[in-house]
Design a protein around this ligand. Sequence first.
Ligand SMILES: NC(=O)c1ccc[n+]([C@@H]2O[C@H](COP(=O)([O-])OP(=O)(O)OC[C@H]3O[C@@H](n4cnc5c(N)ncnc54)[C@H](O)[C@@H]3O)[C@@H](O)[C@H]2O)c1
Length: 464
Amino acid sequence: MKITKICCIGAGYVGGPTMSVIASQCPEIQVTVVDISKVRIDLWNHSDLDKLPVYEPGLKELVSKTRGKNLFFSTEIDKAIDEAEMIFISVNTPTKTYGKGKGQAADLKNIELCARNIAKVAKTNKIVVEKSTLPVRTAGAIKSILDNTGNGVDFEILSNPEFLAEGTAIDDLLNADRVLIGGAETPEGQIAKDALSSIYEHWLPKEKVLQTNVWSSELSKLVANAFLAQRVSSINSISALCEKTDANVAEVSRAIGYDSRIGAKFLNSSVGFGGSCFQKDILNLVYIAQSYGLQEVADYWEQVIIMNDYQKRRFAENIVTTLYNTVSGKKIVFYGWAFKKDTNDTRESAAIYVADALLDEKAEIVIYDPKVPESQVYADLDYLGTRLPEENRRLLKVVNDPIKASNDAHAIAILTEWDEFKTYDWKAIYEKMLKPAFVFDGRRLLEKDTMTAIGFEYYKIGQS
Ligand SMILES: NC(=O)c1ccc[n+]([C@@H]2O[C@H](COP(=O)([O-])OP(=O)(O)OC[C@H]3O[C@@H](n4cnc5c(N)ncnc54)[C@H](O)[C@@H]3O)[C@@H](O)[C@H]2O)c1
């Protein structure tokens, strides 16, 4: 089966980059990305490519090459569904904030709305691809909605979870370790899986496209994120021990990473993982395990989240104790607000929680991030609901000049590993700060010897 038109519902951090890569690699396929958010679609169509709603290295170049040729961004959802043979669902599936499973289960409201919309509009057979991360067995629910509310046409449901990491999304998509396609083990299911495989085979070797049953595919995505986050929490737990024992977490990581059974990747200690996925997907895994009565399995994975919360809290508490047990009225500058470098995404960023803890102690916080606008910083803090929005704006400011921000600061905290922070004139920054001048490096970005030689009181996570 040859696909000529694709529709992708959801123009976010996954839908936008993924479809830009498909459009660039498959010029004969027309790709339309749709979204309910007009604001987001207008930004995707903005003539100034620096205004795209998602910042990813290499993304604007792909968009500029394909937009208006075979890549389109639109709010005309029904039209795009109607025309496409293959529909990707790439909408957000956040943790539920209400009702049964509140705080753990994935909220599938958006997914169900998409399924109902596809059922209503489709007048020809469609392949529906789950690109969003979903609990195992969601494909069954989607199939049931489509078959029971549709216009009598046939739907094949595929699970094709996305493994890209923000900040390296384009490279991850172009050079994927593997692509996973799950589908029904029937002749029709096989045709659908092969149709989707053939898209990826435009740029990836066939052996990198793995086909499985639909349930294995859905579950594998949750498990992949759980294993990755588990490594971060494992090394972060050791960072706390290193600080007490004069061991150095970087040396421990290196020593264990040389063991080929362990491997060197994902062993960097930090202030804690953030992002929209790790926490949400583990909580979802915990919820699924609990709902099948597997309490020990649930408890095991929940510990990954508990350790991550501990690491963020530990970092904030260390700032308070080091600054003579009070930060009230003290100016603390944050370098970085995004959850990692090379993205403008702030969802679940460690910086939000560290700021919240310090604001509780009445610190005066100044934020600088090269890609995150002021409105987003305030939105993140207001969302927590810890204090009134006016109070957040009174105690916390967002600035565009990182060097000027250090004027009369008591401390600088590095919350995101942006490369530019390494290039700053730290001596000049030191001169501007109050003494003793403290730097709390939550990303292990700077060299301890250099910083102490300048005169800083320098704290690096995982090192005494
Ligand atoms: N962000 C990542 O790094 C990443 C990586 C792998 C997988 N995922 C998964 O991919 C999915 C999407 O994540 P994201 O980060 O792109 O989310 P996002 O919030 O950036 O984008 C989702 C978009 O879907 C739109 N949307 C929601 N409901 C809609 C509807 N009914 N009709 C049309 N549009 C609708 C929203 O307006 C939004 O623009 C999630 O399930 C996530 O877990 C994310």
